[in-house]
Design a protein around this ligand. Structure first.
Ligand SMILES: Nc1ncnc2c1ncn2[C@@H]1O[C@H](COP(=O)(O)OP(=O)(O)OP(=O)(O)O)[C@@H](O)[C@H]1O
Length: 380
Protein backbone atom coordinates (compact mmCIF):
# COMPACT_ATOMS: atom_id res chain seq x y z
CA UNK A 1 0.00 0.00 0.00
CA UNK A 2 1.53 3.35 -1.01
CA UNK A 3 1.26 6.54 1.01
CA UNK A 4 -1.34 8.20 -1.21
CA UNK A 5 -3.36 5.04 -1.86
CA UNK A 6 -6.36 6.47 -0.05
CA UNK A 7 -6.08 10.03 -1.32
CA UNK A 8 -8.82 11.34 -3.55
CA UNK A 9 -7.91 10.75 -7.20
CA UNK A 10 -9.26 14.21 -8.10
CA UNK A 11 -8.11 16.66 -5.42
CA UNK A 12 -5.19 14.50 -4.24
CA UNK A 13 -5.79 15.98 -0.78
CA UNK A 14 -8.75 14.51 1.03
CA UNK A 15 -9.24 10.91 2.01
CA UNK A 16 -11.00 8.89 -0.70
CA UNK A 17 -14.41 7.70 0.51
CA UNK A 18 -16.15 6.68 -2.69
CA UNK A 19 -15.31 4.16 -5.41
CA UNK A 20 -17.10 5.18 -8.58
CA UNK A 21 -18.79 2.20 -10.26
CA UNK A 22 -18.40 3.63 -13.74
CA UNK A 23 -14.58 3.74 -13.67
CA UNK A 24 -13.32 2.50 -10.29
CA UNK A 25 -12.01 5.97 -9.42
CA UNK A 26 -11.55 6.58 -5.67
CA UNK A 27 -12.60 10.05 -4.65
CA UNK A 28 -13.55 12.10 -1.60
CA UNK A 29 -17.02 13.24 -0.62
CA UNK A 30 -16.60 16.84 -1.84
CA UNK A 31 -15.21 15.80 -5.21
CA UNK A 32 -17.97 13.21 -5.54
CA UNK A 33 -20.69 15.83 -5.01
CA UNK A 34 -18.98 18.16 -7.44
CA UNK A 35 -18.41 15.56 -10.13
CA UNK A 36 -21.93 14.13 -9.79
CA UNK A 37 -23.47 17.55 -10.40
CA UNK A 38 -21.03 18.35 -13.16
CA UNK A 39 -21.92 15.15 -14.99
CA UNK A 40 -25.64 15.94 -14.82
CA UNK A 41 -24.83 19.42 -16.13
CA UNK A 42 -22.80 17.90 -18.98
CA UNK A 43 -25.72 15.61 -19.86
CA UNK A 44 -28.03 18.63 -19.93
CA UNK A 45 -25.71 20.72 -22.09
CA UNK A 46 -24.69 17.98 -24.52
CA UNK A 47 -28.32 17.03 -25.12
CA UNK A 48 -29.63 20.58 -25.16
CA UNK A 49 -32.26 19.68 -22.59
CA UNK A 50 -33.19 23.28 -21.85
CA UNK A 51 -33.15 25.05 -25.21
CA UNK A 52 -35.51 27.85 -24.20
CA UNK A 53 -34.79 30.35 -21.48
CA UNK A 54 -37.86 31.50 -19.62
CA UNK A 55 -39.55 28.13 -20.04
CA UNK A 56 -41.38 26.39 -17.20
CA UNK A 57 -40.45 22.73 -16.92
CA UNK A 58 -42.17 20.05 -14.83
CA UNK A 59 -40.25 17.57 -12.69
CA UNK A 60 -42.19 14.33 -12.22
CA UNK A 61 -41.86 14.17 -8.44
CA UNK A 62 -42.70 10.93 -6.65
CA UNK A 63 -40.90 11.73 -3.41
CA UNK A 64 -38.50 8.84 -4.10
CA UNK A 65 -34.71 9.12 -4.23
CA UNK A 66 -34.40 9.64 -7.99
CA UNK A 67 -36.84 12.46 -8.48
CA UNK A 68 -35.75 14.10 -5.22
CA UNK A 69 -32.11 14.04 -6.31
CA UNK A 70 -33.21 15.32 -9.71
CA UNK A 71 -35.03 18.28 -8.17
CA UNK A 72 -32.17 19.08 -5.78
CA UNK A 73 -29.51 18.84 -8.49
CA UNK A 74 -31.49 20.88 -10.99
CA UNK A 75 -32.12 23.61 -8.46
CA UNK A 76 -28.37 23.83 -7.76
CA UNK A 77 -27.39 23.68 -11.44
CA UNK A 78 -30.00 26.19 -12.56
CA UNK A 79 -28.60 28.64 -10.05
CA UNK A 80 -24.97 27.83 -10.84
CA UNK A 81 -25.16 27.72 -14.65
CA UNK A 82 -28.18 29.93 -15.18
CA UNK A 83 -30.30 27.74 -17.46
CA UNK A 84 -32.97 30.38 -17.07
CA UNK A 85 -35.79 27.87 -16.61
CA UNK A 86 -38.36 27.54 -13.85
CA UNK A 87 -39.02 24.14 -12.33
CA UNK A 88 -42.40 23.01 -11.06
CA UNK A 89 -42.95 19.75 -9.18
CA UNK A 90 -45.67 17.62 -10.71
CA UNK A 91 -46.88 14.66 -8.64
CA UNK A 92 -49.34 11.99 -9.55
CA UNK A 93 -51.39 10.55 -6.73
CA UNK A 94 -52.15 7.01 -7.86
CA UNK A 95 -54.26 6.41 -4.78
CA UNK A 96 -52.11 3.77 -3.09
CA UNK A 97 -52.75 3.87 0.60
CA UNK A 98 -49.66 3.48 2.78
CA UNK A 99 -47.36 4.34 -0.11
CA UNK A 100 -48.22 7.32 -2.25
CA UNK A 101 -50.07 9.23 0.45
CA UNK A 102 -46.89 9.11 2.56
CA UNK A 103 -44.53 9.92 -0.31
CA UNK A 104 -46.67 12.92 -1.29
CA UNK A 105 -46.07 14.35 2.16
CA UNK A 106 -42.35 14.21 1.30
CA UNK A 107 -42.96 15.99 -2.02
CA UNK A 108 -44.88 18.72 -0.20
CA UNK A 109 -41.88 19.27 2.05
CA UNK A 110 -39.55 19.21 -0.99
CA UNK A 111 -41.60 21.96 -2.63
CA UNK A 112 -40.86 24.17 0.36
CA UNK A 113 -37.21 23.10 0.59
CA UNK A 114 -36.52 23.81 -3.11
CA UNK A 115 -38.83 26.79 -3.48
CA UNK A 116 -40.74 25.11 -6.32
CA UNK A 117 -44.48 25.15 -6.98
CA UNK A 118 -46.21 21.79 -6.63
CA UNK A 119 -49.14 20.43 -8.58
CA UNK A 120 -50.76 17.14 -7.58
CA UNK A 121 -53.01 15.26 -9.99
CA UNK A 122 -54.95 12.20 -8.80
CA UNK A 123 -56.12 9.08 -10.63
CA UNK A 124 -59.34 9.29 -8.65
CA UNK A 125 -60.26 12.69 -10.06
CA UNK A 126 -59.03 11.90 -13.58
CA UNK A 127 -60.30 8.36 -14.02
CA UNK A 128 -62.67 7.74 -11.12
CA UNK A 129 -60.38 4.91 -9.96
CA UNK A 130 -57.57 4.77 -7.43
CA UNK A 131 -54.95 2.03 -7.82
CA UNK A 132 -56.21 0.52 -4.58
CA UNK A 133 -59.62 0.09 -6.25
CA UNK A 134 -58.04 -1.13 -9.51
CA UNK A 135 -56.12 -3.83 -7.64
CA UNK A 136 -59.25 -4.79 -5.75
CA UNK A 137 -60.91 -5.31 -9.11
CA UNK A 138 -58.18 -6.84 -11.32
CA UNK A 139 -55.83 -8.33 -8.75
CA UNK A 140 -52.09 -7.82 -8.64
CA UNK A 141 -51.22 -9.36 -11.98
CA UNK A 142 -51.07 -6.69 -14.66
CA UNK A 143 -51.92 -3.82 -12.32
CA UNK A 144 -48.61 -2.08 -13.20
CA UNK A 145 -49.86 -1.77 -16.77
CA UNK A 146 -52.95 0.13 -15.66
CA UNK A 147 -50.80 2.30 -13.47
CA UNK A 148 -48.29 2.98 -16.25
CA UNK A 149 -50.92 3.95 -18.82
CA UNK A 150 -52.75 6.14 -16.29
CA UNK A 151 -49.59 7.82 -15.02
CA UNK A 152 -48.31 8.65 -18.45
CA UNK A 153 -51.52 10.45 -19.33
CA UNK A 154 -51.86 11.97 -15.87
CA UNK A 155 -48.40 13.55 -16.17
CA UNK A 156 -49.38 14.96 -19.57
CA UNK A 157 -52.63 16.34 -18.24
CA UNK A 158 -51.01 17.80 -15.16
CA UNK A 159 -48.37 19.50 -17.28
CA UNK A 160 -51.03 20.79 -19.67
CA UNK A 161 -52.90 22.30 -16.76
CA UNK A 162 -49.71 24.10 -15.83
CA UNK A 163 -49.24 25.22 -19.44
CA UNK A 164 -46.01 23.25 -19.54
CA UNK A 165 -44.80 21.15 -22.47
CA UNK A 166 -41.66 19.53 -21.06
CA UNK A 167 -41.59 16.87 -18.34
CA UNK A 168 -38.42 15.59 -16.65
CA UNK A 169 -38.30 12.24 -14.91
CA UNK A 170 -35.76 10.74 -12.53
CA UNK A 171 -35.03 7.59 -14.55
CA UNK A 172 -31.44 6.64 -13.82
CA UNK A 173 -28.81 4.50 -15.61
CA UNK A 174 -29.91 1.35 -13.76
CA UNK A 175 -33.56 1.90 -14.75
CA UNK A 176 -32.56 2.31 -18.36
CA UNK A 177 -30.11 -0.62 -18.42
CA UNK A 178 -32.84 -2.76 -16.85
CA UNK A 179 -35.30 -1.72 -19.53
CA UNK A 180 -32.76 -2.25 -22.31
CA UNK A 181 -32.14 -5.78 -21.00
CA UNK A 182 -35.85 -6.46 -20.63
CA UNK A 183 -36.62 -5.34 -24.16
CA UNK A 184 -33.62 -7.18 -25.53
CA UNK A 185 -34.69 -10.38 -23.80
CA UNK A 186 -38.18 -10.14 -25.21
CA UNK A 187 -36.98 -9.11 -28.66
CA UNK A 188 -38.69 -5.73 -28.58
CA UNK A 189 -36.30 -3.50 -30.49
CA UNK A 190 -38.65 -0.52 -30.95
CA UNK A 191 -39.12 -0.21 -27.21
CA UNK A 192 -35.45 -0.83 -26.68
CA UNK A 193 -34.84 2.16 -28.90
CA UNK A 194 -37.22 4.43 -27.07
CA UNK A 195 -36.07 3.50 -23.60
CA UNK A 196 -32.45 4.31 -24.44
CA UNK A 197 -33.34 7.79 -25.67
CA UNK A 198 -32.66 10.68 -23.33
CA UNK A 199 -35.42 12.78 -24.81
CA UNK A 200 -38.60 11.52 -26.39
CA UNK A 201 -41.44 13.16 -28.21
CA UNK A 202 -44.62 11.42 -29.17
CA UNK A 203 -47.33 11.88 -31.75
CA UNK A 204 -50.01 11.29 -29.15
CA UNK A 205 -48.61 13.68 -26.61
CA UNK A 206 -47.76 17.34 -26.88
CA UNK A 207 -45.09 16.79 -24.23
CA UNK A 208 -41.36 16.35 -24.49
CA UNK A 209 -39.95 14.00 -21.90
CA UNK A 210 -36.34 14.02 -20.73
CA UNK A 211 -34.22 12.00 -18.33
CA UNK A 212 -31.32 14.13 -17.08
CA UNK A 213 -30.16 11.33 -14.70
CA UNK A 214 -29.88 8.85 -17.54
CA UNK A 215 -26.14 8.33 -16.97
CA UNK A 216 -26.24 8.45 -13.17
CA UNK A 217 -25.82 5.16 -11.30
CA UNK A 218 -28.53 4.35 -8.79
CA UNK A 219 -25.82 3.76 -6.17
CA UNK A 220 -24.41 7.24 -6.68
CA UNK A 221 -27.89 8.78 -6.58
CA UNK A 222 -28.44 7.17 -3.17
CA UNK A 223 -25.03 8.37 -2.03
CA UNK A 224 -25.68 11.89 -3.29
CA UNK A 225 -29.01 11.96 -1.41
CA UNK A 226 -27.23 10.69 1.71
CA UNK A 227 -24.36 13.19 1.59
CA UNK A 228 -26.71 16.10 0.85
CA UNK A 229 -29.09 14.83 3.53
CA UNK A 230 -32.04 15.05 1.17
CA UNK A 231 -35.52 14.42 2.43
CA UNK A 232 -36.89 11.50 0.41
CA UNK A 233 -39.26 8.57 0.81
CA UNK A 234 -37.71 5.13 0.44
CA UNK A 235 -40.55 2.62 0.61
CA UNK A 236 -41.25 0.41 -2.42
CA UNK A 237 -44.71 0.34 -3.97
CA UNK A 238 -46.95 -1.99 -1.98
CA UNK A 239 -48.13 -3.74 -5.16
CA UNK A 240 -45.82 -6.32 -6.64
CA UNK A 241 -43.60 -5.03 -9.45
CA UNK A 242 -43.71 -6.58 -12.90
CA UNK A 243 -42.18 -10.04 -12.64
CA UNK A 244 -40.11 -9.79 -15.80
CA UNK A 245 -38.62 -6.44 -14.80
CA UNK A 246 -37.62 -8.09 -11.53
CA UNK A 247 -35.73 -10.74 -13.50
CA UNK A 248 -33.97 -8.11 -15.60
CA UNK A 249 -33.08 -6.24 -12.42
CA UNK A 250 -31.57 -9.36 -10.81
CA UNK A 251 -29.59 -10.05 -13.96
CA UNK A 252 -28.30 -6.49 -14.01
CA UNK A 253 -27.27 -6.69 -10.35
CA UNK A 254 -25.38 -9.94 -11.03
CA UNK A 255 -23.60 -8.37 -14.00
CA UNK A 256 -22.79 -5.28 -11.97
CA UNK A 257 -21.15 -7.41 -9.29
CA UNK A 258 -18.81 -8.93 -11.84
CA UNK A 259 -18.24 -5.72 -13.77
CA UNK A 260 -19.56 -2.47 -12.26
CA UNK A 261 -19.29 -0.62 -15.56
CA UNK A 262 -21.89 -3.03 -17.03
CA UNK A 263 -24.74 -0.67 -16.18
CA UNK A 264 -23.49 2.18 -18.33
CA UNK A 265 -22.15 -0.24 -20.94
CA UNK A 266 -25.68 -1.63 -21.40
CA UNK A 267 -27.11 1.89 -21.67
CA UNK A 268 -24.50 2.70 -24.35
CA UNK A 269 -25.22 -0.57 -26.14
CA UNK A 270 -28.91 0.35 -26.25
CA UNK A 271 -28.05 3.74 -27.71
CA UNK A 272 -25.69 2.22 -30.25
CA UNK A 273 -28.21 -0.40 -31.31
CA UNK A 274 -30.77 2.29 -32.00
CA UNK A 275 -28.24 4.42 -33.77
CA UNK A 276 -27.36 1.50 -36.04
CA UNK A 277 -31.00 0.64 -36.63
CA UNK A 278 -32.13 4.11 -37.55
CA UNK A 279 -32.68 4.27 -41.23
CA UNK A 280 -36.11 4.52 -42.82
CA UNK A 281 -38.00 1.26 -42.71
CA UNK A 282 -35.41 -0.53 -40.61
CA UNK A 283 -37.07 -0.12 -37.24
CA UNK A 284 -40.25 -2.14 -37.11
CA UNK A 285 -42.64 -1.17 -34.38
CA UNK A 286 -44.34 -3.97 -32.48
CA UNK A 287 -47.95 -4.69 -33.20
CA UNK A 288 -51.04 -4.47 -31.04
CA UNK A 289 -50.82 -1.52 -28.76
CA UNK A 290 -47.25 -0.80 -29.45
CA UNK A 291 -46.68 2.72 -28.24
CA UNK A 292 -45.24 3.32 -31.65
CA UNK A 293 -45.83 7.03 -31.59
CA UNK A 294 -42.95 7.26 -29.14
CA UNK A 295 -40.68 5.59 -31.62
CA UNK A 296 -41.87 7.79 -34.43
CA UNK A 297 -40.67 10.79 -32.55
CA UNK A 298 -37.33 9.11 -32.63
CA UNK A 299 -36.94 7.96 -36.18
CA UNK A 300 -39.55 9.83 -38.16
CA UNK A 301 -41.37 7.52 -40.52
CA UNK A 302 -41.62 3.91 -39.45
CA UNK A 303 -43.58 0.87 -40.38
CA UNK A 304 -45.87 -1.05 -38.10
CA UNK A 305 -45.81 -4.80 -38.07
CA UNK A 306 -48.19 -7.06 -36.22
CA UNK A 307 -45.88 -8.87 -33.88
CA UNK A 308 -46.38 -8.53 -30.19
CA UNK A 309 -44.04 -9.58 -27.49
CA UNK A 310 -45.57 -9.42 -24.10
CA UNK A 311 -48.69 -10.81 -22.55
CA UNK A 312 -50.67 -9.00 -19.89
CA UNK A 313 -54.11 -9.40 -18.43
CA UNK A 314 -56.03 -6.59 -20.05
CA UNK A 315 -59.37 -5.88 -21.68
CA UNK A 316 -60.00 -7.15 -25.19
CA UNK A 317 -61.10 -3.69 -26.25
CA UNK A 318 -57.53 -2.52 -25.97
CA UNK A 319 -56.51 -4.98 -28.62
CA UNK A 320 -59.43 -4.13 -30.89
CA UNK A 321 -58.91 -0.42 -30.58
CA UNK A 322 -55.26 -0.76 -31.40
CA UNK A 323 -56.00 -2.40 -34.73
CA UNK A 324 -57.87 0.67 -35.85
CA UNK A 325 -54.69 2.67 -35.56
CA UNK A 326 -52.93 1.13 -38.46
CA UNK A 327 -53.90 1.79 -42.02
CA UNK A 328 -52.45 -0.21 -44.86
CA UNK A 329 -50.55 1.89 -47.40
CA UNK A 330 -49.80 1.01 -51.00
CA UNK A 331 -46.32 -0.26 -50.17
CA UNK A 332 -47.75 -2.59 -47.55
CA UNK A 333 -46.48 -0.59 -44.60
CA UNK A 334 -48.83 0.94 -42.03
CA UNK A 335 -49.18 4.53 -40.99
CA UNK A 336 -50.72 6.12 -37.94
CA UNK A 337 -53.26 8.89 -37.76
CA UNK A 338 -53.53 11.04 -34.69
CA UNK A 339 -56.76 12.50 -33.44
CA UNK A 340 -58.42 12.88 -30.10
CA UNK A 341 -60.02 10.31 -27.86
CA UNK A 342 -63.78 10.25 -28.40
CA UNK A 343 -64.32 9.90 -24.66
CA UNK A 344 -61.92 12.18 -22.86
CA UNK A 345 -60.84 14.43 -25.73
CA UNK A 346 -57.16 13.85 -25.08
CA UNK A 347 -54.76 13.26 -28.00
CA UNK A 348 -54.89 9.68 -29.18
CA UNK A 349 -53.88 7.57 -32.15
CA UNK A 350 -57.03 5.54 -31.61
CA UNK A 351 -60.72 6.44 -31.43
CA UNK A 352 -60.55 5.79 -27.70
CA UNK A 353 -57.32 6.36 -25.79
CA UNK A 354 -55.71 3.55 -23.81
CA UNK A 355 -56.59 5.12 -20.48
CA UNK A 356 -60.30 5.34 -21.41
CA UNK A 357 -60.30 1.77 -22.72
CA UNK A 358 -58.91 0.63 -19.39
CA UNK A 359 -61.35 2.76 -17.42
CA UNK A 360 -64.25 1.36 -19.49
CA UNK A 361 -63.16 -2.17 -18.73
CA UNK A 362 -62.92 -1.37 -15.04
CA UNK A 363 -66.39 0.14 -15.08
CA UNK A 364 -67.85 -2.96 -16.68
CA UNK A 365 -68.78 -5.84 -14.46
CA UNK A 366 -67.10 -8.64 -16.40
CA UNK A 367 -63.50 -9.42 -15.52
CA UNK A 368 -60.76 -8.48 -17.99
CA UNK A 369 -59.75 -11.09 -20.56
CA UNK A 370 -56.22 -11.97 -21.47
CA UNK A 371 -54.92 -10.24 -24.57
CA UNK A 372 -51.58 -9.46 -26.02
CA UNK A 373 -50.35 -6.09 -25.01
CA UNK A 374 -47.01 -4.87 -23.94
CA UNK A 375 -47.70 -3.47 -20.52
CA UNK A 376 -45.08 -0.95 -19.75
CA UNK A 377 -44.51 1.48 -16.99
CA UNK A 378 -41.34 2.65 -18.67
CA UNK A 379 -42.53 5.50 -20.75
CA UNK A 380 -44.15 8.00 -18.52
N1 LIG B 1 -46.40 9.36 -8.77
C1 LIG B 1 -45.53 10.02 -9.51
N2 LIG B 1 -45.64 11.35 -9.71
C2 LIG B 1 -44.78 12.03 -10.48
N3 LIG B 1 -43.74 11.46 -11.10
C3 LIG B 1 -43.56 10.14 -10.95
C4 LIG B 1 -44.43 9.34 -10.16
N4 LIG B 1 -43.98 8.07 -10.17
C5 LIG B 1 -42.88 8.08 -10.93
N5 LIG B 1 -42.62 9.30 -11.41
C6 LIG B 1 -41.50 9.73 -12.25
O1 LIG B 1 -40.96 8.61 -12.97
C7 LIG B 1 -39.62 8.33 -12.54
C8 LIG B 1 -39.34 6.84 -12.50
O2 LIG B 1 -40.28 6.27 -11.65
P1 LIG B 1 -40.13 4.83 -11.00
O3 LIG B 1 -41.49 4.36 -10.69
O4 LIG B 1 -39.23 4.01 -11.82
O5 LIG B 1 -39.53 5.19 -9.60
P2 LIG B 1 -38.09 5.21 -9.01
O6 LIG B 1 -37.06 4.70 -9.95
O7 LIG B 1 -38.19 4.64 -7.65
O8 LIG B 1 -37.94 6.80 -8.93
P3 LIG B 1 -38.12 7.67 -7.63
O9 LIG B 1 -36.96 7.26 -6.78
O10 LIG B 1 -38.05 9.09 -8.09
O11 LIG B 1 -39.46 7.30 -7.07
C9 LIG B 1 -39.49 9.02 -11.21
O12 LIG B 1 -38.15 9.36 -10.92
C10 LIG B 1 -40.36 10.25 -11.37
O13 LIG B 1 -39.69 11.28 -12.07
Amino acid sequence: MTGNMHRCAICQTNRAQVIRPKNGQKICKNCFLEVFELEVHTTIVENNIFPNRGERVAIGASGGKDSTVLAATLKALNERYDYGVEFVLLSIDEGIHGYRDDSLETVKRNAGQYGMDLCIVGYDALYGWTMDKVVEKVGRKGNCTYCGVFRRQALDRGAKRLNISHILTGHNADDIAETVLMNLLRGDLPRLGRCAEIMTASLTSPMRRSKPLKYAYEKEIVLYAHYRELDYFSTECVYSPEAFRGNARSLLKELEKIRPSSVLDIVRSGEQLVHDMISPGKLDCGGPNDQCEEGRGLVGSQTLSNKSTNSELLPGAVLEASHEVAHQTTDGSRTQTIGVCGKCGYMSSQPTCKACVLVDSLNKTEPPVEVLLSGDRDFY
